[in-house]
Design a protein around this ligand. Structure first.
Ligand SMILES: *Cc1c(COP(=O)(O)O)cnc(C)c1O
Length: 420
């Protein structure tokens, strides 16, 4: 496996293991974007002068690059501000277009989604539920993988839309997307996939994978923030959407607003690079992730890798550490930029709803780490992170009376604690 000859160097200022939150922009992407801030700054909607034509040419090229990455036609790509907008447009747009009864009435239609989807899917579904749609939120099995069987059991006569993510952003688990898509088409339901963690990392073909609507985002695939795309199928079936914005009618009326030309050009370049380098990156990161998980579990007992053993993205590891306190763990490894199993809400730290959904207890969810690697992560960085984590967990366990009891062979689940 040789390094792609065009891959530029990028030295980050610290150890970054949070690529599932966002990725650095590839220097090749920045280079492609630069002319569109200054010389090629025109509005692609200006049809009568060269400034507009140059901007339009940049957008056209990007549309081809994005479409090529997912096996779509250029006409099926709608540029958005990111996956949050793409998910909202897909879910609400399809629900309003295909509803069975008019606004205000009950029984507008049935929607299926999962409880461990991203908030940008869950919250639009909850809003639709308030507006009279019926929504089934499916709980995941313990390994976190949604199968076609599960969707089939929830499918109804009046199901209009199914929204299931390709790969989970916290645990990296991969769902049975092609099989679920086939099922949806047999039942005449529209199939939306939040592909934000998948597209650009893993091979994607909307035809083979039976997808009708696919959202993804630039900043998760080494492109810029604030830009993304929604694939909207044009044939077999032709998918229609009610637009969320009214205005200039750009993007064939699906998404009014002057196009973010620099962002779109960057997204296009990021997709082109992803197509060339995803095999190399994927193989390299899978080896690094497996090495990291093996090293951590070799040096520490009472820790568990979350999610399915093999149906997982190459670059995301999520590990729970028993007998340590979550905040203490995060403090002890603050040299490593990563995510914990705690989410900040307005008042307190809440355990991750994804880990809770898999049956991980609150305590263990708080003491979990998501380590997600990327294009410039090195073996040396992984070694450093493993060393830091192992040291921190061992140190924290010295202070844990529960860990002592566990080591003495006492089954803590059977202990009767004195109540005061
Ligand atoms: C990051 C992410 C989003 C949100 O994407 P934005 O472009 O930041 O709006 C949605 N879904 C998943 C699975 C994500 O990982």
């Amino acid at each position: 496996m040789t390094t792609p000859s065009t891959k530029p160097a990028l030295k980050l200022d610290g150890i970054y293991m949070d690529h599932a939150a966002t990725t650095p922009c590839d220097p090749r992407v920045v280079e492609a974007m630069l002319p569109y801030f200054t010389q090629n700054f025109g509005n692609p909607g200006s049809r009568n002068h060269s400034f507009g034509w140059k901007a339009e040419a940049g957008v056209d090229k990007a549309r081809e690059q994005v479409a090529a990455l997912i096996g779509a036609d250029e006409k099926e790509i709608i540029f958005t501000s990111g996956a949050t907008e793409g998910n909202n447009l897909a879910i609400k747009g399809a629900a309003y277009m295909y509803e069975k009864a008019p606004a205000g009435s009950q029984k507008r239609g049935h929607i299926i989604t999962g409880t461990i989807e991203h908030k940008a899917v869950l919250d639009p579904c909850k809003r639709l539920q308030k507006e009279g749609f019926e929504v089934t939120f499916l709980s995941p099995p313990k390994d976190g993988v949604y199968t076609a069987e599960m969707i089939k059991a929830a499918m109804r006569e009046d199901t209009i839309l199914v929204s299931i993510m390709w790969a989970n952003n916290e645990i990296g688990t991969i769902n049975e997307i092609p099989e679920i898509g086939k099922l949806c088409h047999e039942h005449g339901a529209i199939f939306h996939v939040d592909g934000t963690q998948w597209v650009g990392k893993m091979p994607t073909n909307v035809e083979r994978d039976n997808i009708d609507l696919l959202s993804f985002s630039g900043h998760k695939l080494y492109g810029p923030k604030g830009v993304g795309a929604l694939y909207v199928r044009r044939r077999k079936p032709r998918v229609r959407l009610t637009s969320l914005f009214d205005g200039g009618g750009q993007e064939r009326g699906f998404r009014s607003g002057t196009l973010n030309v620099t962002g779109i050009v960057g997204l296009g370049k990021a997709c082109e690079i992803a197509m060339q380098e995803m095999d190399y990156d994927g193989q390299r990161l899978l080896a690094l992730r497996q090495y990291m998980e093996a090293e951590v579990t070799k040096h520490l007992d009472s820790c568990e890798v979350n999610g399915h053993a093999t149906k997982r993205l190459p670059h995301i590891a999520n590990i729970s550490f028993g007998f340590v306190e979550g905040e203490g763990l995060m403090m002890a490894i603050k040299d490593i930029a990563c995510s914990s199993g705690s989410a900040c809400t307005s008042a307190s730290l809440e355990p991750s709803y994804v880990l809770k959904g898999l049956g991980v207890g609150d305590e263990l969810a708080h003491s979990s780490l998501r380590l997600s690697m990327g294009r410039w992560t090195t073996k040396e960085e992984v070694d450093f992170a493993v060393k830091k984590i192992v040291e921190a967990v061992k140190k924290l366990r010295v202070m844990s009376p529960l860990y002592d009891m566990h080591k003495e062979g006492i089954d803590l689940s059977k202990v009767e604690w004195a109540h005061h």
